[in-house]
Write a protein that binds this ligand. Sequence first.
Ligand SMILES: [Ca+2]
Ligand SMILES: [Ca+2]
Ligand SMILES: [Ca+2]
Ligand SMILES: [Ca+2]
Length: 550
Amino acid sequence: MTITPARVDVGVRDADPDEPGNQEFSYILSIMNGNGGMSTQGTPDEAKNIFTIGSTKMQTSGGVQILDIDDLSSNTAHGPALDGRKIPHLVAPGCYVDSSVDYGSGYSTMCGTSMASPHVSGAAALFIEYYRTLFEADPSPAMIKAAFLPVAHDLAGNLDADGGLLGHPFDSKQGWGRMNLPPVLNPNVPVQYFDHPVIFDATGEIWTETFAPFDQDKPVRLMLVWTDAPGHGLGGATPAWNNDLDLSVVYDGQTYYGNVFGDQGWSVPGGSPDYENNTEGVFLEPGISGMIEVTVSAANINSDGVPFYGDDTDQDFALVCYNCAPEPDFTLAIDPQGVSVCGLDDVDLTVVVGSIMEYDSPVTLGVQNMPPQTSFDFDVNPVIPPGESLLTLTNSGADPGVHLLILTGESVDKQQTINFNWGIFTEEPAAPVLLFPENYAANQPTQTTFAWEAVAQAGNYHLQVAKDAGFSTLVVDIDGISDTNYTLATNLDTGTRYYWRVQAGNACGLGNFSSVFTFTTEPLPGDCGPDSTAIVIHESDFESGQSGGR
Ligand SMILES: [Ca+2]
Ligand SMILES: [Ca+2]
Ligand SMILES: [Ca+2]
Ligand SMILES: [Ca+2]
């Protein structure tokens, strides 16, 4: 049975026709293995409401990681849809991938867009969980796309399925780029999510919000996605779209429309609104300093975008903005973020109070958790954002140690805090006492965890691991450890003897090293044990065709 685009486009909005109301369903489908070319997708790849995924390279068929993972793999189909819409929406690693296929020798690798789309399905499941923790609600299928598309990895300069050079997104080969999960689940800028903030009832209606970039050194990325009414759904050259929304952003007197990008992949002013695609992005390059006004307008509402609601002409949408602050606010920063001193010297730190969206209410600064026999002073307080103040910390005999302090900023309706460390020391720390691996421990994991007792006046610790008791061949030499334990990020050799020691340091200097402990790592099957010498008891040269067992 052929699945028409209409069937999946209907299902994104309402996957269960027997159940009253809408049961939304996020279809994340692989585009066909069309092997490049032009418009080599099949059906229902042309559907407009689904999330269509192409494939990038990852491993050889033998399972060896390859370097050019940002090239499209030769199997993936190129769009556009026959009516001109750009597909796929996203690409992900698909060729080759460790898979559950069994060619008679257990698991094997496989190459295909069918291997790429499960990466996005899994990532979407993680995003749904993340979104639930933020809003105690499920994101719509349009919201899932709107969260992933604007932060996808731009594949410009890499190869398409035919070996040609890719440009910047949005195009009909990489779509919006290669899936990039960290900024979706762990963004380093504020993200504003709007899932059906309004439902347009008629052509001409608009929705607007004003934002400012939170971090002026990073881009502002906006994405508008809507689940359109299904339409004829037959594929082919007859336009599949029904309702048309437009994203526009006004900044510094210029209007930026969705999907109007310049040579460098950033949005440029001018051009005209996109009337085909139901994913519209505006990417403003770093350096935006003023407010931006975001508008979603109902350019053409001719169909029932939201069944079981209102009349038969309406449409909802999802909009996501990365690096957008929603309202005027101030920011706090301190430089340096931590200080250590030996003796009774005063310490000076610079507090920077930033302004978002021209926020200028006075900010009163303070420091909490000050230890006894210390005091603080700001040369300017309160500070009018944007502004600075010099913070001086004075010590008249506080207990030595690392003190966690809290810098506070309070304004009429806002408050901010940041933590920083003040290390106060009077002498070099003593040598640590090692805990584990215990001396002469055997069969330790190769990603060994080391632990030692805390030392008075330790600012941080220095761990050394060597293959000899004299520490002339160091295999681990890590400084600045703040905890009293450390787990190796890389593996030691198996079946090998190691020696380790720790010293503590602070602003007064480095203490003595601990006594040395030794341990051995677990052997692999067939490994000779540590401190042993292999003795050959049988040899056979199969390559030369001789039979074994001489
Ligand atoms: Ca239903
Ligand atoms: Ca449009
Ligand atoms: Ca309706
Ligand atoms: Ca209407």
